[in-house]
Structures are given as structure tokens and as C-alpha cells.
Write a protein that binds this ligand. Structure first.
Ligand code: SF4
Length: 400
């Protein structure tokens, strides 16, 4: 059964429920007696008023799937919801116990990854990593982009894990679940400290980002590139700055991302473009333009994934479509479902990234033709796993 719990002025759930903006269930005894209080709120009732979520991607702070309670914004009769301050970003330091995460997914081009942060302030409305915030007891909605976790001990853990005698070398992926160059990296510099460790160990790394902030680390990246230890993919979903601002509110603008591709390429860092995600009838018409722009800027490789809507994303992204592109929302959803066998999400290996059916086929062919015409994906040198060395020991470890 779903019941409601109040929200504080920060938009986060109240423990002390005496907020001036919302009244607690305890302070509204009529609601406790009223059986209608136990009826799940409509999605529109879960939405934080626009002022309160200015610069954010999600519209709601819908509870995660493990929570017994849902959240509802309630005006106390003083129009107090209209004057909500914009949500602030909160960062909690986390003492991680392990930093390299393994996976054995057959459709992933890597078997290990590092995420220096949990949650991502870029706030992309479609982000498929959002559901992971439910494991923290937090919302995959606004909490995912405002209540972040940083792992300041990440570099120390990485040093320890790479130094283990049985460690086997293979490229580590960064940017698989949260963006390593999201805004808080400016202050925390954890990604940079991880690159310093990887560089010292001659360890190969791949990076995916939607942030031009990566150029801050050109010194390390170009040095690693000379040793064939790094490859970067810039994720570009649209060249339309207004769409990007609404859909990925705190990621770099499309022009900044293109500029970053150029700077990386000029510095000798192998760089590609990821059109991710392709959203039918919303950005799929831009595939050729994005690839051409990225190729012109210096990208040598390209990839794409189609949008998928696992777990909480199906509601969060529907909300976003209905508010931002109401005339297209139903069409976009029906095409997404058509690409996933009639479902919001089809977890089948091999299909979840590229979709299936005629529309997915057409996207795949257009991508193929455009990359061929632009000369993208003609060479992809494997990163060097043979130079790995534990600093100070002269010890080279087993290769995978
Ligand atoms: S940048 Fe990547 S991790 Fe961050 S919100 Fe966007 S899609 Fe998610």
C-alpha cells in the first residue's frame, strides 16, 4: 500500500515534519482518518512546482521502489509551494570499501568500472543510472541529481586494488554509471586523482562523459595517450542547446562538448562520440548532424545506444516528455516501446542497447551509413595492457 509522507522545503523528505511549507500526516489528523489518504497520489501531485526544481531534470522526487511510502507536495494554504527555493545540491562523503566494480554482462565492452560518485548532478531526465539511487533509500528522481555521494578515498583504494599480486590488467571504464566530470568534480578532484594513479601504474582506462570539464585533465590524458593508455568518448545527444538544457540541465552545452572533442583530439587523445541515448522522434533526426560535427571536431570513432526505460525511468521520463514536449510525448513513448518488443524496457542481452524492430533497424542503418561516409570507426587500436607496472616495485603483473 502506498501512503504519502511530507516533503521539506528543500524537497527532501521530512523527518521533523513541522515544515512551514508542508504539514505532516500527524499534523493533519483528518488525513489519517480519511481512507483517501491511503490512495496513491496521481503523478501530477508528485511534481515539485517548477520554481523548486529550476535547473533540474526530474519533475518529481518519487520514492524508490524499495520504499513503503510515497511523497506528495502539499500547499499549507499560504501558496507556500509557489515560493519554494530552488533545490540545492548536497554532497555526502562516503568511505568506500572497494572501488573497482566488476560486471559480466555480455553486451558491455568492459568487465570493470569505477564510479567516483553516486548520483549525478547533470540530471539527465532519461538517465538509466537513476534507479541505483533507490538502493540508498533515496529517490531516483530529484534526489539522484541533488543528493550526491563522493568517495574521497577512491585513489587510495585503487592503489591498493591494483597492487594486489593477483590483479589482472584490462581497461577500466569510467563514466558508466555517473559522470566522472560532473560539476562536483571541480571541487573534489577525485577523477583526477584516479587518473594520476592509473597513469602511475601504466593502466589503461576508457572515459565517457557529457562534460567539457574533462579538458582540465588534458595534461594527464595526453601523457597517457602517448602510452596508448586512454580513450575518451564524448556523449552528445543533440546539437539543439534548448533541448539539451531541458533534457540534460547541468551537462555541458552541445557546443562546449564539441569544443572538448577538438581540444582532446588536438592534444593527441583518441576521442570518439557517443550518441546516447537516441530517443525516437526527439533526437534521432540529428544522428547524421551530430556525427558530422563530431567528426569535423576530430572524433575518430562513434557509437550509439537507444533509450531504454528501466524501473523508475519509465515514469520519470514520461513526466519529462509530458511537460517539455507534450505534443510529441505519446508518439515518442510508442516508438520506444516498439523498439523494445512492446515493453518500456526489454532486458534481453544484445537488444537492450540497440533495440529491435523496424524503427531500431532504420536507426542502425542510418548510423552505419553516416559513420562509413565520414570515415569513422575505421581503426580502433586496443589499449596497451602490457606496460602495467606497480610503481616502486618494478613488478609487472599478469595480463588478462
Ligand atoms: S551525465 Fe550520464 S550519469 Fe549523469 S545524469 Fe546524464 S546520463 Fe546520467
Amino acid at each position: 500500500m502506498t501512503v504519502t509522507t511530507p516533503i521539506t522545503r528543500s524537497g527532501h523528505p521530512a523527518t521533523d515534519t513541522r515544515s512551514p511549507t508542508v504539514m505532516s500526516a500527524a499534523a493533519r489528523p483528518h488525513q489519517l482518518l480519511d481512507p483517501s489518504a491511503l490512495v496513491p497520489p496521481r503523478r501530477s501531485e508528485l511534481r515539485l512546482p517548477k520554481e523548486g526544481r529550476r535547473g533540474r531534470g526530474a519533475l518529481t522526487n518519487q520514492s524508490g521502489r524499495f520504499e513503503p511510502l510515497d511523497r506528495e507536495f502539499i500547499d499549507d494554504g499560504w501558496d507556500s509551494l509557489d515560493s519554494l527555493p530552488a533545490l540545492k545540491t548536497e554532497v555526502t562523503d562516503e568511505t568506500a570499501r572497494q572501488i573497482i566494480t566488476r560486471n559480466d554482462s555480455p553486451d558491455m565492452p568492459f568487465d570493470r568500472s569505477i564510479n567516483a560518485y553516486r548520483g549525478c548532478e547533470h540530471g539527465c531526465s532519461y538517465c538509466f543510472a537513476r534507479p541505483t539511487h533507490a538502493y540508498m533509500g533515496l529517490s531516483p528522481g530529484l534526489d539522484f541529481e541533488t543528493r550526491l555521494f563522493a568517495k574521497p578515498n577512491a585513489a587510495a583504494l585503487l592503489t591498493r586494488e591494483l597492487s594486489r599480486p593477483k590483479y589482472e590488467v584490462a581497461p577500466i571504464a569510467m563514466g558508466t554509471n555517473t559522470d566522472p566530470y560532473q560539476p562536483i568534480e571541480q571541487r573534489y578532484r577525485i577523477t583526477r586523482s584516479l587518473l594520476e594513479v592509473l597513469s602511475a601504474f601504466n593502466h589503461p582506462v576508457t572515459i565517457v562523459t557529457k562534460s567539457a570539464r574533462i579538458v582540465r585533465d588534458l595534461d594527464i590524458l595526453s601523457d597517457m595517450a602517448r602510452r596508448n593508455l586512454v580513450r575518451v568518448a564524448m556523449s552528445v545527444t543533440t546539437l539543439d542547446a534548448r533541448l539539451a538544457r531541458a533534457m540534460e540541465p547541468r551537462a555541458s552545452t552541445p557546443s562546449k562538448r564539441m569544443e572538448a572533442i577538438k581540444l582532446l583530439s588536438d592534444a593527441g587523445v583518441p576521442v570518439g562520440v557517443m550518441v546516447a541515448p537516441v530517443i525516437p522522434a526527439l533526437n534521432d533526426m540529428e544522428i547524421e548532424k551530430i556525427l558530422a560535427g563530431a567528426s569535423y571536431a576530430g572524433a575518430g570513432t562513434a557509437g550509439f545506444v537507444v533509450l531504454r526505460m528501466p524501473i523508475e525511468i519509465k515514469d520519470l521520463f514520461r513526466d519529462w516528455l509530458e511537460e517539455n514536449v507534450p505534443d510529441k510525448a505519446a508518439h515518442v513513448i510508442s516508438l520506444i516501446r516498439a523498439m523494445h518488443g512492446g515493453k518500456d524496457y526489454d532486458a534481453e542481452w544484445g537488444h537492450r542497447q540497440r533495440g529491435k524492430g523496424p524503427y531500431a533497424w532504420q536507426i542502425g542503418r542510418r548510423f552505419e551509413i553516416a559513420t562509413r561516409r565520414l570515415g569513422l570507426n575505421t581503426t580502433r587500436r586496443p589499449l596497451d595492457c602490457s606496460a602495467f607496472l606497480v610503481p616502486g616495485t618494478g613488478r609487472q603483473l599478469d595480463l588478462l
